[in-house]
Design a binder for this molecule. Structure first.
Ligand code: F6R
Length: 241
């Protein structure tokens, strides 16, 4: 099936559409696959507002995040656990025991990846998966070259990723070197996927994702082979299509 690509004139329209898409899938028992990063912040803000207005309840929903930095505890301000707390969890009624994210502080990250893989299949597969995209085409922290059949694993972050994420840490060297991420097989097991991209820095990755033959060199290009994907873009991210 062709991917449904939608282009928005304003960031707020994109955020609202993304929030409406996810909200329509929120029901008791639903499993949501969640992403961090700058891109979904506005969507989470909209979801929190919908919850505040009494328009949605997340009661009975289970959330499973894509990834976490190795070496950061959930209390670390730049951990993805802290990000989720700040931008979504503190504002909505997902039960604390139903919020899942790899433990970046686990003494053995490989064992933690194995635990998370098992957990993924106990809870999942995911009903609705939210994705951002790296400027190198990564999804989750599946960097270029990751096999399409990969499962949850420890990854050494690409230089491009450490540079992109440097502002929060002060410098690329301060960005953790490793992360735990769901694999591409996990992501592809989701029933429905929404990919969000904003800004010119994502334009080339979006072009390759949507226009080139799927290749592990552009991890997001695997989405062409998924039956149910929607892609929301701003004008800048869509400018090479
Ligand atoms: C985040 C994640 C990453 C980001 C991507 C884009 O959980 O898995 O793939 O979605 O790096 O990040 P932003 O949105 O900050 O440009």
């Amino acid at each position: 099936m062709a991917i449904d690509v939608q282009i928005f004139e304003s960031e707020q329209e994109l955020d609202r559409k993304a929030a409406e898409w996810l909200a329509a899938r929120v029901r008791p028992g639903a499993v949501l696959g969640l992403a961090t990063g700058n891109t979904p912040i506005g969507m989470y803000r909209e979801l929190a507002a919908m919850h505040r207005r009494g328009q949605i309840s997340f009661a009975g929903v289970r959330a499973i995040n894509l990834d976490e930095y190795v070496g950061l505890s959930r209390e670390h301000p730049e951990s993805f656990a802290a990000f989720m707390e700040e931008h979504l969890f503190r504002w909505v009624d997902i039960a604390p025991e139903d919020r899942h994210i790899p433990n970046g502080a686990a003494p053995d990250p490989v064992q933690e990846a194995e635990r998370y893989e098992k957990l993924y299949w106990e809870i999942g597969p995911v009903d609705a998966q939210v994705l951002g995209i790296g400027s190198n085409g990564h999804i989750g922290f599946n960097e270029p070259g990751t096999p399409f059949d990969s499962v949850t694993h420890v990854v050494e972050l690409a230089e491009a990723t450490r540079i992109a994420n440097a502002p929060a840490f002060g410098s690329p060297e301060a960005v953790p070197r490793y992360a735990i991420t769901l694999g591409i097989r996990n992501i592809m097991a989701a029933r429905e996927i929404i990919l969000l991209a904003k800004g010119a820095s994502k334009a080339e990755a979006i072009r390759r994702t949507l226009k080139e033959t799927p290749t592990p060199e552009v991890p997001a290009s695997v989405l062409q082979t998924h039956p149910n994907v929607i892609v929301l873009l701003d004008r800048e991210a869509a400018k090479l299509l």
